[in-house]
Design a protein. Structure first.
Length: 117
């Protein structure tokens, strides 16, 4: 299983970014996918999850109404559109897949998002 994130960067408060996560090594369309983030000095926290078909999503309260998760099962890719970014959104964002073969979850390498003026 491999998860490769991209799309992070430096953005001003109020700006937008779109993160992508390309998955391989498993049947992507059969599994839910999630995004997590980890800010400096803090524990990794849940951001959002999407079901295998994309029909159901669940957001952390801190990002509800600003972030949108979506997926393209034909491209084995999950996206995170982030609008109205705030300095407190600064973190490394990680793509997460469940234990598709049993055992532990799978994680990407992370992509840095910095919100600063």
């Amino acid at each position: 299983v491999q998860l490769v994130e991209s799309g992070g960067g430096l953005v001003q408060p109020g700006g937008s970014l779109r993160l992508s996560c390309v998955a391989s090594g498993f049947t992507f369309s059969r599994f839910s996918m999630s995004w997590y983030r980890q800010a400096p000095g803090k524990e990794r926290e849940f951001v959002v999850t999407i079901t295998s078909s994309g029909g159901v999503t669940h957001y952390a309260d801190s990002v509800k109404g600003r972030f949108t998760i979506s997926r393209d099962n034909g491209k084995n890719t999950v996206y995170l559109r982030m609008n109205s970014l705030k300095p407190e959104d600064t973190a490394v964002y990680y793509c997460n897949a469940p234990p598709v073969f049993g055992g532990l979850d799978y994680w990407g390498q992370g992509t840095q998002v910095t919100v600063s003026s």
